[in-house]
Design a protein around this ligand. Structure first.
Ligand code: ATP
Ligand code: MG
Length: 356
């Protein structure tokens, strides 16, 4: 079998810098472990808007569909024109069009890295990725938000039993592979009784079917406080789209920096590596972005591909990238400024490649 074909998408802001770093690490890993990775590229984001009239073209979506895996650089969250003018969020489009329903967002402290958390912790947020307040935003006339008159805007939150069930399944499957075997469902069912009610009902069904996994439920506001006070209490957090977005940023920053925050968008047939953070326009083009987030995400993608293709070399390579990340991060001389260091993106990347 030939090696996986990966589509690399630069994105906006620091995207080209951290995608280039990730490509270097992937290429080095491929050489070392004989993975035969092949790379394709396509243009998305502002560059695509300028040259193709849309931040992501249909052709690029098809290329993504045909690739074995995708590495998505961060895209701008704030500055795109309206969707009707081609300013779709490529990240949201790919998540929906390829049905990448589970956003897996790990956050863990490392013993050798400073972090603002009062305790060490190792948790994973499993965030529903296709609906909630984000439903159908990619369709111009879709129901995501409406403005019945100029003085009133309505946001509509779509929660389906099917999406809740499969995200709950993903969370329980993941928890079964981890030592703590613990799932916490995060919700606001005291206010959003119907929508978060459906979510909790589906989580409870999975809890009943998986008695070996400890299960509890926490309100999203309380969860924010609990994470700051003692994140070590949690293992796998399963939640709907927007709560997951917010809590995973909190968890990532508690672990040391948003620049460390890896994530995988996974569906049944496709997966996409994507850093948790955005395009960081404040540091773009300076060569100082922390590439660890996207490199860690790419390792998650290799791991996912390894399971799917039953290819042990991919899993081994994913683990090796994780260790190389730790090596690059443990040396204060190769830490980027977000971690209190003064290394450049390239210096940290070379340290990781050397550690491979
Ligand atoms: P966007 O609209 O694209 O989300 P933003 O202004 O919200 O842009 P984020 O990318 O979300 O910015 O980043 C939030 C903060 O975290 C910024 O100060 C940014 O510089 C920092 N940050 C994010 N990613 C990284 C990274 N990989 N390395 C270093 N700092 C980062
Ligand atoms: Mg942001």
């Amino acid at each position: 079998m030939s090696g996986p074909r990966l589509l690399l998408l630069d994105g906006d802001g620091i995207g080209p810098e951290i995608v280039a770093a990730t490509r270097e690490v992937l290429a080095a890993t491929s050489d070392k472990f004989g993975l035969g990775l092949a790379f394709e590229t396509a243009v998305i984001g502002f560059d695509a808007l300028r040259t193709q009239g849309a931040t992501i073209s249909e052709a690029t979506i098809e290329t993504a569909r045909n690739a074995d895996g995708i590495v998505l650089g961060p895209v701008s969250h704030n500055d795109y024109p309206p969707a009707a003018e081609g300013g779709l969020n490529p990240s949201g489009v790919l998540r929906k069009r390829l049905d990448l329903f589970a956003n897996i967002r790990p956050a863990a402290t490392r013993p050798f890295l400073p972090h603002p958390s009062s305790t060490g912790f190792d948790l994973i947020t499993v965030r529903e990725n296709t609906e909630g307040f984000y439903a159908d935003r990619s369709m111009h006339a879709g129901p995501g938000e409406i403005m019945p008159d100029p003085d009133m805007a309505l946001a509509i939150r779509k929660i389906t039993r099917t999406a809740c069930r499969r995200i709950a399944e993903a969370a329980f499957d993941l928890a079964a592979t981890r030592p703590a075997r613990h799932v916490t469902a995060v919700h606001k069912a005291n206010v959003l009784r119907l929508s978060d009610g459906v979510f909790l009902e589906e989580c409870r069904k999975l809890a009943e079917a998986n008695p070996a996994i400890r299960y509890d439920e926490v309100l999203v506001d309380a969860m924010a406080a609990h994470l700051v006070r003692d994140a070590s209490r949690y293992d796998v957090i399963v939640t709907t789209n927007m709560y997951g977005d917010i809590l995973s940023d909190l968890a990532a920053e508690l672990s040391g920096s948003l620049g460390l925050a890896a994530s995988l968008n996974a569906g049944t047939d496709h997966a996409m590596a994507q850093a948790q953070h955005g395009s960081a326009p404040d540091i773009a083009g300076k060569g100082v972005a922390n590439p660890a987030s996207l490199i860690g995400s790419a390792a998650m993608l290799l791991d996912w591909l390894g399971q799917r293709r039953a290819d042990g070399a991919l899993a081994t390579a994913a683990t090796a990238i994780g260790k190389a990340l730790d090596a690059g991060l443990s040396d204060t001389a190769t830490r980027t400024p977000d971690l209190g260091g003064s290394a450049t993106t390239a210096e940290m990347t070379q340290a990781m490649i050397a550690a491979l």
